[in-house]
Design a protein around this ligand. Structure first.
Ligand SMILES: *[C@@H]1O[C@H](CO)[C@@H](O)[C@H](O)[C@H]1NC(C)=O
Length: 439
């Protein structure tokens, strides 16, 4: 006998002095109960089992076939309707009335091309692939929310859309989900990311710009190969490419406004193979980041000009390519201002207001931003740092570890956000109708 039957809806008295129809939270204050349910042995152990199964079988973007199957199996067991396939391996579930309004919660599914170095019972069984970004926990927490929400579907004043998205790590899975049309009519979308640095039980985010927009570039710098001891007969692409790398540093240090954060990093430099041969060409590649579209497009243009111009100075030719279909540009992650207020209220109810932190923007990027271009959205970080864990490995490290104690927090946060959102939306619509009547 669990807490499932003991939830009592608490109704709010709307302020008489309210002139605007900005939703004021408080309707069904079930958040605390959701956390208790998510922490119960039954739900917690079920989530741990799922997370470990996914962790043992990491799959790359658009190849999440087993992960997708696992998600569908669990949704079937829970009696939750879903659409499949969405964006190749993606799954989109529906809980509630099936009628509008719709509100979405999203988890990404893909793993990374890297070898896990953590020795433990449930280490990745696929050589060279690892869930080093916590997407195994993200999927699990969304399933946890699904279970809680299914048991409380009578509280849903509309429909919750569960978005299990493939290919977040550069593959543009969110673009394909949006293009599939499955999110049409969705009023808001929420997403989270585990944070190894933030203490367990805390969340952190901000209003407005949270993460940078990101793009990739690759350039081939072509010279003329030859004997390394007779350089005058060659056109050395290694030296030319080295000058290109140095020149690219000036874009941020000399051309960008110091108060408008930007990054240009050359992370790939390939050319040559022998000690005594000048190669024909060198390939360089990297990433660039900016918060505004303007700065982003300016960087893109200047990266191309600098590479080609600097190569020419060294008598080389260069071709530059930017993000292609399998590596698209991501816009900046920009949180909706009203959802920020809403989020702080809901998170404060679950975790206590002191555990709801505000952070500075980060230069990292997230394809959640693609949703935010078409739907008001909110993205936040969820802490998992244990007290004893002094300096945990960061995401994308082969030593990255998920503290499984985070799972109930994520499930409860997801579930509470959408229940409260739909309830408030109904409240604000009722209020605005009433307002019209009064007119
Ligand atoms: C660069 O391109 C021009 C025009 O196609 C060509 O004449 C020249 O040989 C090229 N130089 C190198 C180093 O490849």
């Amino acid at each position: 006998m669990s807490l499932l039957s003991s939830i009592v809806p608490i109704f709010v008295v709307f302020s008489l002095f309210q002139h605007q129809f900005i939703p004021q939270i408080r309707a069904f204050d079930v958040s605390q109960q959701f956390l208790q349910i998510a922490k119960s042995d039954e739900v917690f152990e079920w989530m741990i089992g799922i997370r470990r199964r996914i962790h043992e079988h990491p799959e790359l973007g658009y190849e999440e076939f087993e992960t997708s199957r696992l998600i569908r199996d669990e949704l079937d067991k829970l009696g939750i309707r879903y659409e499949f396939p969405v964006a190749v391996t993606g799954v989109v579930g529906f809980i509630g009335s099936g009628e509008p309004p719709f509100v979405a919660i999203r988890a990404d599914m893909d793993a990374l091309l890297m070898q896990e170095m953590v020795e433990w019972e449930h280490k990745s069984k696929v050589p060279g692939k690892m869930h080093a970004c916590g997407h195994d926990a993200h999927v699990t927490m969304l399933l946890g929310a699904a279970k809680i929400l299914k048991d409380h579907s009578h509280l849903l004043k509309g429909t919750v859309v569960l978005v299990f998205q493939p290919a977040e790590e550069g593959g543009g899975g969110a673009i394909q989900v949006v293009d599939s049309g499955v999110l049409e009519n969705v009023k808001a979308i929420f997403g989270l990311h585990v944070s190894p640095a933030l203490p367990l039980g805390q969340v952190s985010s901000r209003s407005g710009t949270l993460l940078a927009g990101s793009g990739f570039f690759e350039a081939v710098i072509t010279g003329k190969g030859g004997h390394a001891a007779i350089p005058q007969h060659s056109i050395d692409p290694i030296l030319a490419a080295s000058n290109v790398v140095v020149s690219l540093q000036h874009l941020v240090s000399r051309e960008a406004d110091p108060l408008d954060s930007q990054v240009v990093t050359v992370a790939k430099f390939q050319g040559g193979g022998a000690f005594n041969v000048i190669p024909d060409s060198v390939t360089i590649g990297g990433t660039f980041r900016a918060f505004s579209k303007e700065s982003f497009m300016q960087l893109k243009q200047r990266i191309e000009e600098v590479i080609i111009g600097q190569a020419t100075v060294q008598r080389c030719n260069a071709t530059v390519e930017f993000s292609s279909k399998d590596k698209p540009f991501f816009p900046a992650t920009i949180n909706d201002n009203k959802l920020h207020e809403f989020f702080q209220n809901v998170a404060g109810n679950i975790l206590g207001p002191t555990n709801v932190k505000t952070m500075l923007p980060l230069m990292g990027s997230e394809d959640f931003s693609v949703y935010q271009e078409v739907i008001p959205g909110y993205f936040y970080f969820l802490g998992m740092k244990a007290e004893s864990n002094k300096k945990p490995a960061s995401v994308h490290s082969p030593f990255f570890e998920v503290n499984e104690d985070i799972l109930p927090f994520g499930a409860a946060m997801h579930a509470s956000l959408v229940v409260n959102y739909l309830t408030e939306l109904q409240g604000s619509e009722t209020r605005s109708e009433k307002h019209h009547d009064e007119l």
